[in-house]
Design a protein around this ligand. Structure first.
Ligand SMILES: [Zn+2]
Ligand SMILES: [Zn+2]
Length: 291
């Protein structure tokens, strides 16, 4: 019996949790969170707060690559250097984004409050899970979204429906950050379901809604940024993370690399074949040059 106690999985898990470091930003974050929850209603936080988080992080994440186009030094990191960003292209993208954010996504965001009320999701500081617990739940959300995105995105490339819905997102063969949500309203809604499935399964506190939306925005804007910083971008520390080069190839080639965040679905289904061949060709050219 004594041995059974020693290998009790709950006992091991409790010990492991004890080794997790504290969030270094815990104190200032606590002050902001407590101030917010004591000054605003749940409806205001879930609706206007979520809209604010979405807009701030969307355009905040787009900003670095937007600035890079004005810095000649950064051009060496642009994946499709022969297709630079244009003012017209970016302005057209921005206008459709405003329509999409306020006419399609805002009504969807309005459902947040009713969802949290229906499932009794807490907002208070005391019941907020630890940062690593939130991180693991976001990873679960990302894996579910990635699977949904992969199969639906592949289906949207079917010849019979491509021109009606997904063609709009492919208006930009060399993407830039803002292109991430440049899509037909139907695509925003259908692919958006993948975002909500994880929430339905993993939400145990309101913070997860914001944590997951921030992670998803940073990821999708990174893969659309058009710039690749292989050794500097911390997102590449995540196993199987697709990255900008992977999705940039999808915009350039139209075929293959259908997943949003990870590479494993494309590897398993062989839809990364043309990408692998392209990379092998580039490597071959590099080797011939150095000979
Ligand atoms: Zn895309
Ligand atoms: Zn596509």
């Amino acid at each position: 019996m004594e041995n059974a106690t020693e290998i009790d999985p709950m006992h091991v898990a409790a010990k492991l949790v004890g080794f997790m470091p504290e969030n270094p930003l815990k104190d200032p974050f606590q002050a902001v969170w407590v101030h917010m929850t004591s000054h605003y209603t749940k409806f205001q936080i879930a609706t206007w707060g979520s809209l604010l988080v979405h807009e701030l992080f969307y355009f905040g994440a787009c900003l670095p690559a937007f600035i890079f186009q004005f810095i000649p030094f950064m051009r060496r990191f642009k994946i499709q250097a022969d297709r630079p960003e244009t003012f017209e292209g970016q302005w057209k993208c921005f206008r459709l984004l405003m329509f999409s954010h306020f006419c399609i996504q805002l009504p969807m965001i309005c459902g947040t409050y009713f969802f949290t009320e229906m499932f009794g999701i807490p907002y208070d500081w005391e019941s907020m899970p630890a940062w690593w617990n939130i991180g693991l739940r976001c990873l679960g959300c990302a894996m579910i979204e990635d699977a949904w995105h992969f199969w639906l995105h592949w289906a949207l490339h079917d010849k019979r429906i491509y021109k009606h819905i997904h063609k709009l997102h492919h208006n930009y063969p060399a993407p830039f950050g803002m292109v991430a949500e440049y899509a037909h309203p139907l695509e925003t809604i259908v692919l958006g379901f993948g975002f909500f499935f994880g929430i339905l399964i993993f939400t145990n506190h309101f913070i997860l809604m914001w944590a997951w939306v921030v992670i998803r925005l940073v990821e999708t804007i990174d893969v659309h940024s058009g710039y690749d910083f292989p050794y500097l971008n911390p997102l590449h520390l995540i196993p199987f993370y697709a990255g900008a080069r992977f999705h940039d190839f999808h915009h350039k080639n139209f075929v293959g690399n259908y997943a949003s965040t990870f590479t494993y679905w494309d590897i398993l289904c062989g839809t990364d074949k043309q990408y692998k061949e392209y990379n092998a060709k580039i490597e071959g050219k590099k080797l011939t040059k150095s000979d």
